[in-house]
Write a new protein. Structure first.
Length: 143
């Protein structure tokens, strides 16, 4: 990890714009540098995802950007982006979309909607442990 962080610092010191791989490395470095979740620089991560979305637009980058925005600026900011992805054909069977949406809805206190999203995500995944986790999250929403 030290070598990776050193390489990223060298790249950033060169002063040019960062390409998609360097941006992804910078995002990973923000996570690696934080000793706790509370110390994570989510505003920087959101800004890095903004830049990555400009260079390498994709629905998955947008979903990750939504998570970063929610962590930096609150769940409503993330949900706004997630809701724009609902009609994206490439994400129709991607269980992380309803999973993220469920998490944001839960944080906003919209528990009935969150429960439905967690159940939808659970139905999409083939991973038993992940399915069980999502069903547990659905149950935690009550009803």
């Amino acid at each position: 990890m030290r070598r990776g962080l050193a390489a990223l610092e060298h790249t950033e010191a060169l002063g040019g714009g960062l390409g998609p791989y360097a941006l992804q490395a910078a995002i990973a470095a923000c996570h690696a540098r934080a000793h706790t979740a509370a110390e994570t620089d989510w505003q920087r991560i959101a800004a890095l995802y903004d830049a990555l979305a400009q260079l390498m637009p994709s629905p998955v980058v947008e979903l990750n950007r939504a998570v970063a925005l929610s962590m930096a600026f609150g769940p409503a900011a993330g949900l706004e982006v997630v809701d724009t992805l609902a009609a994206e054909p490439s994400l129709k069977a991607y269980h992380l979309l309803p999973s993220v949406r469920g998490d944001l809805l839960k944080k906003l206190g919209r528990l009935d909607e969150a429960r439905a999203e967690f159940k939808r995500a659970a139905a999409m995944t083939q991973n038993t442990r992940e399915r069980n986790l999502l069903l547990d999250r659905a149950r935690a929403c009550g009803g």
